[in-house]
Each structure stands twice: as C-alpha cells, then as structure tokens.
Design a protein around this ligand. Structure first.
Ligand code: AMP
Ligand code: FE
Ligand code: FE
Ligand code: ZN
Length: 271
C-alpha cells in the first residue's frame, strides 16, 4: 500500500489545510498517509475525516524537535494516544516555548531594522508557529525576496537575528512517545544526524528510522535500511511535504513506502 508517513498542514508550517492536503495526496495515488505536524495533533480530526471520505487510510503522527547533547534531531511519533495528557501536555509546553521564541525573533528583527511587529504571525487554533511563519512575514515586509532568502539573512544560526530554541531531550521525547503507546521514528537522519547520535537514540528506545525521505538518495536509503535491520528497527518514510518548499510538488507520490507500517501489533486500535 503506497504510504506517505510524513506530511505537514497549516496546523504547523505547511501551506495547505488538512482537507486540501488529503485532496493532493489522493491525486498523487497515495493510499495511506500520516499527518506529522510539528508539536501538534490538532489537525488530526480534520485529516482523518477527509481520509475516511476519500477512502484512504490515516495514521496519527507528530514531529517533535529534540536534542541529543547539543545536536537537534527530529522525532516522529506514530499511533500515539491523543487522549493521554502525558503527550498533549508535553506538546503544549513545546508550543509555548515556540511562541516565546517567535516573540524574541520579532524583537531581534526589530533591532536590525526589520519591523514585523504589526504582522499577523498566527496559526490555526492549537496549531504551531515556527520560523517559516516569521519568514513569510519578513517577505511581506519587503526585507527579503523569498522564504529561502529570509532564512539565509535572518533565521539561520549564525545570523545576527537568530534566536535559539529550547528543546526537550531526545531521551525524554522518545520515552513520552512510547509511554503514549506510540512508535518513535528518527526523521530524515541523512539531513544531519551522526551515526554516533543514532546509536544513542537506539539506546534511548528508538523504534524506527525514516529510510525514505526526499533528502535521501538510493545509497542513503539502502544504508539506513541496513542499519534498521542490524538494530531490529522498523522502517518509515514519507515526503515531508509542506506545500511551499522547493521540490514539494515533485516529491509528492515519489517518497512513499510500500511495506506495512506500523506492523499490526495493536489490532484492537486503529491508528
Ligand atoms: P522551527 O521549528 O521554528 O525551528 O522551524 C523549522 C522549520 O523551518 C523546518 O521544519 C522547515 O520547514 C523550515 N526550515 C528550516 N530551515 C530552512 C531553510 N533554510 N529554508 C527554508 N525552510 C527552512
Ligand atoms: Fe517544517
Ligand atoms: Fe523535520
Ligand atoms: Zn517534517
């Protein structure tokens, strides 16, 4: 079954509503999808309803940024119980931290002469804001020509305006995903995760590795597949579609997996 298990909607930094996203997914011939917004599961009910209507399967998901030492990693949580406050409280803390960071970004940009204090840097309901929302406001204020340029000039580490974000430890994040009945997968390891850190994550209880991702070529796919097999981990994959990043349209329907995930370990529950 063609599955895309990594996608973002406008409940975080994606461009499309969950309903519009499902429409695109169906047109790309995908039969099973997971909505993995950053630090929120607020888009699930809309996405699930749209999937049911379209006759495709929905897998609950979330993407959480965390730290191994001082290195950032992104962890995907699949099939978590969204009723337990353990995870929802944890995600709420992450969203509040993000909110404070965005306020700091607005201040630091102001100090550099980029005034976006009047911009509506908002999100949907219990959605998540992040640097892409700030990037959009910078472009609208005329201080950059594109989102990419806004990142290069103002939002990347090393720029005068950069504000770091407090992040939870990967060990705690994996623990919370697992205690919520979920499966923890390491997102896009090929982008920036060292092997040493992958081994640490496995010690912390990582269940799976994202093998298929647009940033992975054939060689990296095989490499992470073998690594997963060696350590008894499951394999996940998806497009990381945001609807506005370069290559998103081309990657939709291409970064799919055709094996069963998650395995049917909890037949009593529909993920
Ligand atoms: P945040 O979680 O607020 O730190 O923002 C991270 C998000 O910004 C990622 O999920 C990407 O969607 C986006 N992003 C990060 N770096 C870049 C970049 N150089 N260009 C465009 N988007 C980026
Ligand atoms: Fe993102
Ligand atoms: Fe990510
Ligand atoms: Zn993502």
């Amino acid at each position: 079954m063609r599955s895309d298990l990594h996608m973002h909607s406008n409940y975080s930094d994606g461009a499309l509503s969950p309903t519009a996203l499902v429409g695109r997914v169906v047109r790309a011939g995908i039969e099973r999808m997971s909505l993995t917004d950053h630090d929120t599961m607020a888009g699930h009910s809309e996405a699930r309803a749209a999937c049911t209507q379209a006759g495709i399967l929905f897998v609950s998901g979330v993407e959480i940024s965390a730290l191994v030492g001082s290195d950032e990693v992104h962890l995907l949580g699949y099939g978590c119980d969204s009723e337990t406050t353990l995870l929802t409280d944890f995600l709420e803390i992450q969203r509040k931290t993000r909110g404070r960071r965005i306020t700091e970004f607005v201040r630091s940009l102001g100090r550099e002469g980029v005034d976006i204090s009047g911009s509506d840097i908002g999100t949907r309901g219990a959605g998540t804001i992040g640097r892409p929302h700030v990037a959009k406001a910078i472009v609208e204020a005329g201080a950059a020509d594109s989102i990419q340029e806004a990142f290069e000039k103002y939002l990347k580490p090393g720029t005068a305006t950069f504000v770091p974000r407090e992040m939870p430890s990967a060990a705690e994040t994996i623990d919370i995903i697992r205690k919520s009945g979920g499966i923890a997968s390491l997102a896009h390891p090929g982008e920036y995760t060292s092997n040493e850190n992958i081994l640490k994550l496995i010690e912390y209880g990582l269940n799976a590795i994202e093998v298929v991702h647009p940033s992975h070529d054939e060689r990296l796919r095989s490499y992470y597949s073998e690594l997963a097999e060696k350590h008894g981990l499951l394999r996940t994959g998806g497009s990381d579609f945001h609807g506005w990043r370069p290559g998103d349209d081309e990657n939709l329907g291409r970064s799919v997996i055709d094996w069963e995930f998650p395995p049917n370990i909890r037949p009593e529950r529909t993920l």
